[in-house]
Design a protein. Structure first.
Length: 255
């Protein structure tokens, strides 16, 4: 018995030490990255057909030599399509490529680098089927500043512009993830400004709700599929429950 207790203590200490080592190494790796984002500003321009035109302005600051390939990953689980992707620097379109991996769209581009210096890239794309229907409301619900980062963002801001038809019709606006101050700029423009630097692996997500009949956009395909699956699971559960109740009632499996 004593040997088992001692062995358990040794294993526990080893696991604790390993966990601490992993945390320390991860933190040190993040600290040693030779770049950070001075700012990320995102504008979401909602169209009358429900599409969202997204513009991300990202200012990188490089403090030492680093690789020259940049990338952006965007989840595809709650959109029908992302298209019309461009990347620009100094008001000039630069070469970029896109693809899908693990249900994410990736955007990649390269640039020259002679540190210390900064680079500001403007990423634009169209989100099709990004608005979500929630009962009687329609939601702009978007992870504007992504969590999949290895370096901090000093300042972050998200601006949402709505069509004229929604002027003064917004029911609520809020944010999730990183702390931010939401405000209404005018009857159809809303801003979310990060309260402090956004650390690696933390996101800034925004949500705006308005009455569904105003734009009357169709339910996106991904949400239709999700609803069908949920109904199927519910029906399966009901059938299983009914069968279980029937078995208990007639005792056919009680032998």
């Amino acid at each position: 018995m004593i040997n088992k207790r001692i062995l358990k203590k040794i294993v526990f200490c080893l696991l604790a030490s390993l966990s601490l080592l992993l945390v320390t190494v991860t933190h040190a790796a993040a600290q040693q990255l030779p770049f950070y984002w001075d700012n990320i500003n995102v504008t979401i321009d909602v169209q009358t057909n429900g599409d969202m035109l997204v513009t991300e302005t990202q200012k990188y600051v490089f403090t030492a030599d680093y690789n020259t390939e940049r990338y952006r990953y965007i989840p595809l689980d709650k959109v029908d399509e992302i298209k019309d992707v461009t990347v620009a620097e100094n008001n000039q379109i630069i070469a970029s490529s896109t693809g899908t991996e693990n249900n994410q769209l990736w955007i990649r581009w390269q640039h020259e680098l002679k540190p210390p210096e900064s680079h500001t890239f403007v990423i634009k794309y169209r989100v099709v089927g990004g608005l979500q229907l929630d009962g009687e409301n329609t939601l702009v619900y978007w992870k504007a500043i992504a969590a999949g980062r290895k370096a901090p963002v000093n300042t972050g801001k998200v601006t949402v512009k709505l069509p004229e038809a929604l002027s003064g019709k917004v029911l609520s606006f809020t944010n999730f993830g990183a702390a931010a101050v939401p405000r209404q700029v005018d009857p159809k423009t809303f801003q979310f400004v990060a309260s402090q630097a956004i650390p690696p692996e933390q996101e800034l997500e925004v949500q705006i709700a308005f009455p569904r009949p105003i734009l009357n956009v169709r339910q996106p395909g991904w949400q239709q599929i999700l609803n069908l699956r949920q109904r199927g699971w519910q029906q399966s559960g009901n059938q299983f429950q009914s069968a279980s109740q029937g078995e208990d009632h007639d005792g056919s499996f009680g032998v």
